[in-house]
Design a protein around this ligand. Structure first.
Ligand code: GLA
Length: 731
């Protein structure tokens, strides 16, 4: 619910459990008052003004030295107004000065959720959501107008934010920094939680105290990146999974970003998120507008688990779209780790036979099927089938696969090109390169200039022809390097290229989704290098990591779970010793870990023993049986797999009548203590029957309060990495 109290000009956004409040003060400055547990009434009593010394005053407050934007909590701070904390906006005027003094002009409250031009954004029904837009104007006649957009989905405690900047003046201006969300806190001491990583180890959880100065994460790589995920959480120091106040910002964007948490010398905290400002320069000629990508904002007053659930619900119901949003996704076998580049049509058919005997739904032919691709040095850009290598046409191969009762999927990397390709030879200027300089190479490939429409069109033509050539129901959309050489032949200002690139990518994905509404696209970028809410708008699932080792995956999936739902996490079983780190883990363990994601295979079934095949059939039956609980239930983290000797997580149905507990033993010792894992989220007064889903043993009756207070005993076993999955049924 959105309210406006006209006397004090106070805006309040109420969600089911939280309130967010701002005030256009007597000078028209939009101050942030409050965000937290739901309130009624105004929180403007929190403001305390006094002269802080060396904190400037706006000219209209020159008699009142207690009024300074250097310390007041602001909704949208701009450089040049006396605020020396990190700005949300830097606007360069035609004369080169950076100044923008925004004051309240008007606002609008309406039903439904706003959409954003050319950008992915949270969507909702007219009755499910509301929109507040507040328009601010530069006080000095530049004609710069800023509209702050707030979308509210009360039921899941979600507020979205975006910003539109329009030049209604007669002289030019340029944006050099524009963030989508800013959150100022007058009180509180916080920890900041971020997710760092690298190729093969993405989204590792990190929690540290916010201290004086700025904690900054971001990506200047033209992609959201393996290194830092566009998700930042601010949690009260004492907040745990089950208690305390915490706040999340999650960017609905797949390119470079910035997220900052700053504590100022007056113990106030500022949190921000938006576009990377490195290499960003966006001219705004008279009449032009710029829209910043959206940030999803959420507050939980009962710990991190609830915060994650809010984000999961938002992504599952209001970001992911199309047919696959509500359908159980196909369980597939991907050829990559089974064959790498070494296959032909016959080998793919053999894999398909194996997959069909195991009861899978689909086979995916990964990298190596097109152009002159023999290894990763050639062929990208030529999306035509290499019939010589396959020994047949694609329609013939797909027909053979469909005869086995399987669907067919294929790998593409549409944004890339190898110098050794017909596409590059025909269009060398289509790749991003700085004129007169050699480009930085990565995997011996270049990035196509998606900021240019004709480049996107040329790629679309090839992809559409491929997808129309035979029944292809799934595409793995890869992206295997970052952007280093930022220069486009088509750009008047090179500071626009990185953002226009992402707009080009989104336009292509949108076109493919519209043209092929049945198609399931799985995002990928060397695993999870572009694992973000922007991609999820077009690709309902994303390959989580190139690291398929079950133990490493526990860490990766644990971090990922803070911001992203299980249904978005591409996860497969691979062989042992694992190809990435050589670790040996039981097949049961690999299966249980992959079940906390999409579950599939990344191996050659021909190498499996009969016993292993039987085990995979059992796992698949379990994954299918519990698909709804796994994908729609609340995901609860029960341990920290980096620190604790046990990894454990729980999926609980909405009505709490059933749950699925997964545990993996990470340490083993002689004569060890009995370990217990404490559950969460159950119906506290109820009894639950607990049963290992893979064993014939009888169910054990356990009181929920005891399961959540004392815990559930984990089997003591010989050897490391034993895993179990228990089904809990309320009695
Ligand atoms: C990336 C992907 C892998 C695989 C290879 C193919 O690294 O993440 O899963 O598809 O490309 O080259």
């Amino acid at each position: 619910m959105l309210t406006y109290e006209s006397e004090k000009r106070i805006f309040t956004i109420h969600t089911k459990n939280t309130s967010y409040q701002m005030m256009a003060d007597s000078r028209g400055v939009l101050l942030h008052l409050y965000y937290g547990r739901r309130i009624s009434g105004a929180a403007d009593y929190l403001l305390r003004l006094y002269d802080r010394g060396f904190s400037g005053n706006p000219y209209d407050a020159k008699e009142d030295r207690s009024y300074s934007l250097d310390v007041l909590p602001q909704e949208f701070p701009c450089l040049g107004t006396g605020d020396h904390r990190r700005p949300a906006c830097i606007l360069e005027l035609e004369n080169g000065a950076s100044s923008c003094d925004l004051r309240y002009d008007s606002h609008e409250i309406r039903k439904g959720k706003y959409a954003l031009p050319q950008l992915p954004a949270v969507y909702a029904g007219e009755e499910e959501a509301e929109t507040l837009s507040i328009t601010l104007k530069d006080a000095w006649g530049s004609g710069i107008e800023v509209t702050l957009l707030y979308g509210v989905i009360p039921e899941i405690d979600i507020i979205t934010r975006s910003v539109q900047v329009t030049n209604r003046g007669s002289s030019g201006a340029a944006l050099t920094r524009l963030l989508s969300a800013n959150l100022d806190f007058l009180t509180g001491s916080f920890d900041v939680i971020t997710f760092f990583g690298k190729h093969g180890m993405e989204r590792v959880f990190q929690r540290e105290a916010v201290s004086h100065g700025v904690k900054m994460i971001g990506s200047g790589r033209g992609m959201s990146s393996h290194q830092y995920n566009p998700l930042m959480i601010l949690a009260e120091r004492e907040a745990t999974e089950e208690s305390g106040c915490c706040y999340a910002m999650e960017f609905v964007y797949s390119g470079g970003f910035l997220a900052e948490a700053e504590q100022d010398p007056f113990e106030q905290t500022r949190m921000q998120m938006g576009l990377a400002s490195e290499r960003f320069h966006w001219p705004l000629a008279p009449g032009e507008s710029f829209t910043a990508p959206e940030v999803i904002l959420s507050c939980s007053t009962s710990g991190l688990a609830k915060l994650s659930q809010n984000l999961h619900s938002c992504l599952k119901q209001h970001v992911i779209r199309g047919k696959w949003r509500d359908e159980i996704r196909p369980f597939l076998l991907n050829s990559w780790e089974g064959c790498y580049f070494d296959f032909n049509g016959e080998r793919i058919l053999e894999l398909a036979k194996g997959a069909s005997e195991l009861g899978l739904d689909m086979i995916v032919m990964d990298d190596g099927w097109f152009g002159s691709r023999r290894d990763d040095n050639a062929g990208l850009g030529d999306w035509t089938v290499n019939e010589e290598k396959l020994g047949c046409t694609l329609p013939e191969l797909v027909a053979g696969i469909r005869d086995l009762g399987l669907a067919f999927g294929i790998w593409v990397e549409p944004e890339m090109v190898n110098e050794d390709s017909d596409f590059y030879r025909a269009h060398p200027d289509y790749a991003l390169k700085v004129p007169g300089r050699n480009p930085v190479m990565a995997r011996n490939q270049l990035v196509l200039d998606f900021s240019r429409e004709e480049v996107v069109d040329a790629v679309y033509t090839q992809l559409a022809a491929l997808l129309k050539s035979c029944p292809i129901t799934y595409v793995k959309w890869d992206y295997n390097r970052c952007i280093e050489d930022v220069y486009s032949m088509g750009a008047a200002d090179q500071g626009t290229v990185l953002h226009k690139y992402i707009l080009g990518l989104y336009s292509l994905l949108e076109r493919i989704n519209r043209e092929f509404p049945e198609l399931l696209i799985e995002g990928c970028s060397g695993g999870g290098g572009r694992f973000d809410a922007g991609m999820l708008y077009y690709t309902p699932q994303i390959w989580c990591s190139d690291n398929t080792d079950a133990v490493d995956r526990l860490r990766i999936q644990h971090g990922t779970s803070f911001g992203y739902p299980v249904s978005a996490v591409g996860a497969h079983i691979s062989v042992c010793p694992n190809h990435q780190c050589g670790r040996v883990t039981p097949l049961r363990t690999r299966g249980i870990v992959a079940m906390a994601g999409t579950y599939g295979l990344e191996l050659d079934p021909g190498t499996l023993t009969e016993e292993e095949k039987e085990e995979i059939r059992r796992q698949l039956a379990v994954r299918r049986r519990f698909a709804a609980l796994i994908e729609d239930g609340s995901y609860l983290r029960l341990s920290d797999p980096v620190r604790d000797p046990i990894a454990a997580w729980l999926m609980v149905s909405e009505d709490r009548s059933e749950a699925l507990l997964s545990t993996v033993n990470l340490e083993t010792h002689f004569n060890d203590a009995q370990r217990y894992v404490r559950l969460q989220g159950l119906d506290p007064g109820a009894l639950y029957a607990v049963k290992d889903v893979f064993e014939e043993s009888a169910a054990v009756l356990c009181p929920a309060a005891a399961l959540m207070g004392s815990g559930f005993p984990i089997a003591r076993e010989m050897g490391e990495y034993g895993a179990h999955m228990f089904y809990l049924k309320r009695q």
